[in-house]
Design a protein around this ligand. Structure first.
Ligand code: SF4
Length: 243
């Protein structure tokens, strides 16, 4: 029986992007292939999977980790999916587990569960492994950091994603470089100018500060010169105190 390491499972309110406010079950998987300077997520593999005992309680039960698929499906099915929009498969970078997900996701789809994939958009070949069972892709576009750029891999990823519903999300802060934003904007426009694009002001962390109001307004206008649907949406779960 295959197994999958899982960080945590809980029911909450989507706090980012165009689906902000919908109710989801979150399946958070460990590990990441990047080290973003503003990362707010622990990505190591925990010894035990934790699952909230009662939604919103902040109290967690623990289970063996890695978890068997049978147990994981049982845990996920304990939620009433008639009141949840979808299952958010998040991380870390969940596509690091594409070999396991391509076995797990068809089971979940059979149960009528819609899959919402939150990804950093840097693993296009792994995306192809799971794409048939994914309904919505929330793809980050990472601006360069630590001398790394992701433009080519992002473009490939975004082209593959067009087979499904996809939107892109860029985290911006008060030192964000306009030339990098131009490259990001032109990349999305070159794939499809109709792709919904979210500018997400960073939640201040590690000395990285949110953009000034005028910066957000200028950048949104700049993106709208080439893209049809550009929205500025902060991380709402943070100020609501949601998980
Ligand atoms: S891709 Fe996400 S989880 Fe990975 S380091 Fe960046 S912010 Fe953190």
């Amino acid at each position: 029986m295959p197994k999958l390491p899982v960080t945590e499972i809980f029911s909450s309110i989507q706090g980012e992007g165009p689906y902000v406010g919908v109710r989801q079950v979150f399946l958070r998987l460990p590990n990441c292939n990047l080290k973003c300077p503003y990362c707010d997520t622990g990505t190591s593999v925990p010894q035990q999977l934790r699952m909230e005992t009662e939604t919103g309680s902040g109290m967690f039960d623990t289970h063996e980790n890695p978890v068997s698929f049978a147990k994981l499906i049982e845990l996920l099915q304990s939620y009433d999916f008639s009141i949840h929009h979808s299952l958010s498969v998040t991380g870390g970078e969940p596509l690091l587990w594409s070999n396991q997900l391509r076995v797990l996701l068809p089971f979940l789809q059979e149960k009528g569960i819609k899959i919402y994939l939150e990804t950093n958009g840097t693993m296009p070949e792994q995306l192809l492994q799971v794409l048939p069972w994914v309904d919505i892709i929330s793809m980050d576009i990472k601006l360069p950091f630590d001398g790394q750029t992701f433009w080519a891999v992002h473009e490939t990823f975004l082209r593959y994603s067009l087979q499904k519903e996809v939107f892109v999300k860029l985290v911006v802060h008060n030192q964000t470089d306009l030339n990098e934003l131009r490259t990001a904007r032109d990349l999305v426009a070159g794939v499809d100018p109709q792709i919904r694009t979210i500018l997400q002001p960073v939640t201040a962390i590690h000395g990285i500060k949110a953009p000034e109001p005028y910066q957000l307004l200028n950048w949104q206008r700049f993106f709208l010169e080439k893209l049809a649907d550009v929205r500025v949406i902060p991380q709402t779960h943070v100020f609501m105190g949601q998980l």
